[in-house]
Design a binder for this molecule. Structure first.
Ligand SMILES: Cc1cc2nc3c(=O)[nH]c(=O)nc-3n(C[C@H](O)[C@H](O)[C@H](O)COP(=O)(O)OP(=O)(O)OC[C@H]3O[C@@H](n4cnc5c(N)ncnc54)[C@H](O)[C@@H]3O)c2cc1C
Length: 393
């Protein structure tokens, strides 16, 4: 049984945890980052899962929620630093569109995004009607839709590569990595013990739980988290080379259609580790809650909900009627939300804190959320002149 003492133990080597570890180490703390590698086969995996096991996540500064627009501005400004320090590229700056009804029901979505863009001077082009069709002929947005196109510093990131970059950069700063799961955090008068499933016990002055949806697991934190995890199905459309070439300038898309049934997001053609190129769409029409860790694991082991897959196929072919694809497959994931819409970045005790709740948008801005986590762990507060609202239960 190994016992080592660190200033901070970060539990969860995902998007937020790896970023927090880098920032803590940058600020001079000694850090242990604990988290398992991605399972090779998910269908019979019995351990924890992550929400970043994919090749692409949308990144954009435009957002109807001001905090999230600002988290992203800060994080995107540091992508080059993270990539350089971690010796890993993860950002594809293909641009992004956010679109929704310009007037009437649902118009607040796009109007708020435009207001936030104006306030923070986020460069974008507003497109509607014929101008929208001319600029992006492969999309069939209905009349009445306003699309804000962000051509610079937006597009998609490879979340696995982002995590690799953060971890490599953190290791260079002296962070110690433990590729295992924490079964329990035990708080004592002189520190916190992280008891791992492989028998290791790692000792720290404090611990930060950054386990995504799994932060709710029993044994990690003393108080319940106001965190709701939802089952998400993603549909992948396999493209041949000619179709991928036709869509080579396609941006990432976040779209609220006029029926307001769901707000799908669409990734442009991305080459996946299996060598194939896919367009990806997500946007469940109904929120299905995952109530506990057992339900989360059962869900992650599946290939998603086939009915949602068919719904997403109808949605995408409605928006891209000329899309030529070979096959559609589906996958499962989970997103977790708070009632106030902000991430959770707070201490439950002097020694135990939490950094979680991506609210469906935590990949693109993970480096800023990690920085804020490191700030709070070091006794600082989230600057209220930049970020509104509360970050606790
Ligand atoms: C289908 C889908 C699409 C999305 N699209 C976007 C998008 O386009 N843009 C965007 O910005 N965001 C997107 N998101 C959200 C984004 O992926 C999440 O907000 C992000 O992954 C949250 O990061 P995290 O570090 O909190 O959690 P995770 O990335 O899930 O990382 C948590 C880590 O904790 C580890 N862990 C769990 N339990 C333990 C334990 N007991 N001990 C040790 N380690 C543990 C896990 O192994 C994992 O590595 C999407 C999410 C989903 C599901």
């Amino acid at each position: 049984m190994a016992v080592t003492t660190f200033d901070v133990i970060v539990v969860g080597a995902g998007l937020m945890g790896s970023a927090a570890a880098r920032h803590l180490a940058k600020d001079g703390a000694t850090v242990a980052l604990i988290g398992p590698a991605e399972p090779e086969l998910k269908h019979n995996h019995t351990g924890v899962f992550a929400s970043h096991y994919d090749a692409a996540r949308i990144t954009r500064k435009l957002d109807s929620r001001q905090n999230w627009a600002r988290f992203s501005q800060a994080a995107i400004a540091r992508y080059a630093e993270v990539a350089q320090q971690g010796e890993q590229t993860f950002f594809a700056p293909v641009g992004a569109i956010i679109a929704g009804p310009e007037h009437g029901a649902g118009s607040d979505f796009i109007q708020s995004a435009q207001r936030n863009a104006q306030q923070d001077r986020i460069t974008h082009t507003a497109l509607r009607g014929a101008a929208l069709r001319d600029r992006f002929p492969y999309f069939a947005f209905p009349d009445g839709i306003l699309a804000l196109h962000e051509a610079d510093d937006a597009g998609w990131i490879d979340p696995r590569a982002h995590v690799r970059a953060e971890i490599a950069a953190a290791e260079k700063l002296g962070v110690t990595i433990y590729q295992t799961e924490v079964a329990q955090l035990v708080e004592g008068t002189d520190g916190v013990q992280a008891v791992c499933i492989d028998g290791q016990v790692i000792m720290g002055a404090k611990a930060m739980v950054a386990c995504g949806a799994f932060s709710k697991a029993e044994g990690l934190l003393p108080d319940p988290l106001p965190l709701t995890a939802y089952a998400r199905t993603i549909a992948f459309f396999e493209l041949d080379d000619a179709e991928a070439a036709r869509l080579r300038d396609m941006p990432s898309v976040v779209y609220l259609p006029p029926d307001l049934v769901t707000d799908p997001y669409i990734l442009p053609p991305v080459r996946y580790p299996d060598g194939k190129t896919y367009i990806k769409i997500g946007g469940d029409p109904v929120d299905r809650e995952l109530h506990n860790v057992a339900e989360m694991k059962d869900w992650f082991r599946t290939d998603g909900d086939p009915d949602v897959g068919r719904f997403l196929e109808t949605l995408l072919t409605g928006l891209m009627p000329d899309l030529a694809y070979r096959a559609v497959t589906t996958g499962s994931c989970s997103t977790c939300f708070t009632p106030h819409g902000n991430p959770l970045i707070y201490h439950q005790t002097d020694r135990l804190m939490v950094l979680t709740a991506g609210n469906g948008a935590g990949a693109k801005c993970a480096d800023e959320l990690g920085r804020l986590g490191a700030l709070v762990a070091s006794g600082g507060t989230i600057p209220s002149e930049i970020y509104e609202g509360v970050f606790h239960a």
